[in-house]
Design a protein around this ligand. Structure first.
Ligand SMILES: [Zn+2]
Length: 138
């Protein structure tokens, strides 16, 4: 199986220009995935999908073992939304919720381990140390 199967820079076969994983940059350095844009502090900003990546993956059995990812133009991308007071409040509340143990309702200085679903103290029967709790003087 050759990667050339996924090479369609003119979009004749797949409708949009298509590149094998890792090749898009070679053909068009202006293309980036949503994740790559985010790493530069950018977002697609409502632009159309400019191209796609295609690669084989064992995880994608339902779609014939082929996965795709949308590519956007870096030159058309917009900066990420600036933090407004409402956004930063919502973010703080979300982070605080992740630091709150659903069992003992204490707010910790760290996020609840997703594997436990509650604080380690509740799981193992410990008493929280002062440094673990938010707002303590420790
Ligand atoms: Zn707890």
């Amino acid at each position: 199986m050759s990667a050339a199967r996924f090479l369609d820079p003119a979009g004749e076969r797949y409708g949009v220009p298509t590149y094998p994983w890792g090749w898009a940059f070679v053909f068009d350095p202006d293309l980036a995935t949503r994740k790559q844009l985010a790493a530069r502090g950018l977002r697609p900003g409502g632009q159309q999908v400019a191209a796609q990546l295609m690669w084989r993956s064992r995880k994608a059995r339902r779609s014939g073992g082929i996965r795709t990812a949308a590519l956007f133009r870096i030159s058309l991308a917009k900066p990420k939304l600036p933090m407004t007071p409402a956004r930063s409040r919502a973010l703080a509340a979300a982070l605080r919720a992740r630091r709150t143990c659903p069992t003992c309702h204490l707010v910790f200085t760290y996020c609840m381990p997703t594997s436990l679903g509650q604080c380690p103290n509740c799981v193992y029967g410990y008493t929280p140390e002062p440094w673990e709790l938010e707002g303590s003087a420790a």
